[in-house]
Design a protein around this ligand. Structure first.
Ligand code: SAH
Ligand code: SF4
Ligand code: F3S
Length: 436
């Protein structure tokens, strides 16, 4: 076995997946090989997430599994990267004897140094957060695929009271517009067909007076044949200019992920979300006027401290008013170090679950209804591969990020954009037919 085979597993949000590509880029530059087989690796890295307790429990479980590779070969280096590394720091090394290195999101440049040290038997900890690090000059290691992602900003300054991210990712900072547009152009040359611009709060992107709308426009122009997506938008910072930019360019997707978290103004304030339901609904109205056919998805938290059943009903109500195409729905999970951690976690577990289930049921009904209304309509779909069930069928996604399955046709291949007519739909999938 060569000495330098790295295996890396990724948890959490898309930004963590983008970071894994950066980490692979950094390691490849130093002569490490990347392997997909954990058995072949002598360096095993987990890029972790801390957003909810169950995310961390999963990693603890996985570490238990991985221990056997270290038992079989004590030379194996095991490292924790990402948000859990940043949150738990030296505790991880002290409590888990098998862990050799702990490296947070802003210290990945030092990873090769830490790995070398670990081969020499040293434990390594790099958890300093930076106000400037954007890894702008580092080429991520990407396989040839159709879709890529680029982190355009790092960190978050919003400090929603429930959220650990500002503590694990540090302060907001943006990568330069020119370097991002250049990377998008390069992806187009490599035949990528879609790019997603990432940030915890992309709407506060800023580079020398240029804002996120300017960045989106620059990317849309840099790669006219590529679809441009972005996530996540914070409702407080979503500007009219951004909506106008989405409306102006065909290749910017008509789809916004706009986490609402709660429909109750009282709870929104306790969460420090800095907007009201009225402000939020006003954005949705404006967007629908400016961009016909635009769709929205959201994040919702059930059972935040002090949430009453009436507050919960307000959440169901805003879901009915907006009619989201999709939603990520969570039970509140207290995170040590956040403001909400000091509030009484007073919604009992079974009540949280009941509210969460009501939210999930309502969303499923709405998604189903919205998709039924699409029957007979045309959608442009990027052909991403064959359907799971049969290679007589293609699968792909619409502009509004819905999965569509349709019969394969001669002359059409993976990576093409095709127009389909929707013939059937469930709450999760559209079925269609390629236009003649
Ligand atoms: N800026 C990103 C946040 C990433 S975290 C965004 O706004 O999408 C993704 C989602 O996880 C948040 O929107 C929130 O709904 C949820 N979340 C964050 N902290 C949580 C907690 N302590 N308990 C439950 N859900 C949480
Ligand atoms: Fe967390 Fe709020 Fe920042 Fe999103 S905007 S990462 S929910 S603090
Ligand atoms: Fe998780 Fe960190 Fe992303 S906590 S959601 S991996 S920013």
């Amino acid at each position: 076995m060569s000495k330098n085979n790295v295996y890396i597993e990724t948890y959490g949000c898309q930004m963590n997946f983008a970071d894994t590509e950066l980490v692979m880029g950094i390691l490849k530059n130093k002569g490490y090989e990347i392997t997909k087989e954990i058995e072949d690796a002598n360096v095993i890295l987990l890029n972790t997430c801390s957003v909810r307790d169950n995310a961390e429990q999963r990693i603890h479980g996985r570490l238990g599994n991985i221990k056997k590779y270290k038992d079989d070969n004590p030379e194996t280096v095991i490292g924790i990267l990402g948000c859990m590394a940043e949150r738990l720091r030296s505790d991880l090394i002290e409590n888990k004897k098998m862990v050799d290195l702990v490296v947070g999101p802003d210290e990945y440049r030092r990873l090769p140094e830490f790995i070398d040290g670990a081969f020499g038997g040293e434990k390594g900890i790099g958890v300093k957060l930076s106000r400037t690090e954007t890894y702008e000059d580092i080429a991520p290691y990407r396989e040839d695929k159709l879709a890529a992602w680029i982190s355009v900003m790092r960190g978050c300054d919003k400090f929603c009271t429930y959220c650990i991210v500002p503590y694990t990712r540090g302060r907001e900072r943006s990568r330069s517009l020119d370097s991002i547009a250049g990377e998008v152009r390069h992806l187009a040359e490599r035949n990528f067909r879609e790019v997603t611009l990432l940030g915890q709060n992309v709407n506060s992107y800023e580079d020398n007076g240029k804002d996120f709308a300017d960045l989106l426009e620059a990317c849309a122009l840099a790669a006219p044949a590529m679809r441009i997506r972005f996530t996540t938008s914070h409702p407080q910072d979503l500007s009219d200019k951004l909506l106008e930019t989405i409306a102006r360019y065909d290749n910017i997707c008509n789809y916004i992920h706009l986490p609402v978290q709660s429909g109750s103004n009282r709870v929104l304030e306790a969460m420090n979300r800095t907007y009201t339901r009225e402000h939020y609904l006003n954005i949705i109205d404006k967007a629908r006027k400016l961009i016909p056919g635009i769709s929205f998805s959201t994040d919702i938290i059930a059972g935040f401290p002090s949430e009453t059943y009436e507050d919960h009903l307000m959440t169901l109500d805003i879901m009915r008013k907006v009619r989201y195409d999709g939603a990520f729905m969570f039970k509140y999970s207290p995170r040590e170090g956040t403001k909400a951690y000091n509030m009484k976690d007073d919604v009992p577990e079974d009540e949280k679950l009941k509210r969460l289930n009501e939210i999930i049921d309502l969303q499923q009904t709405i998604s189903y209804e919205i998709n039924q209304e699409l029957i007979g309509k045309q959608e442009t779909v990027l052909v991403e591969g064959f359907s799971k069930k049969s290679d007589k069928f293609f699968s792909g996604r619409t502009d509004t990020n819905k999965v569509a399955v349709f019969e394969a046709k001669e002359g059409i291949s993976i990576g093409d954009y095709v127009k389909i007519t929707i013939t059937k739909a469930t709450s999760a999938t559209l079925f269609g037919k390629i236009e003649e």
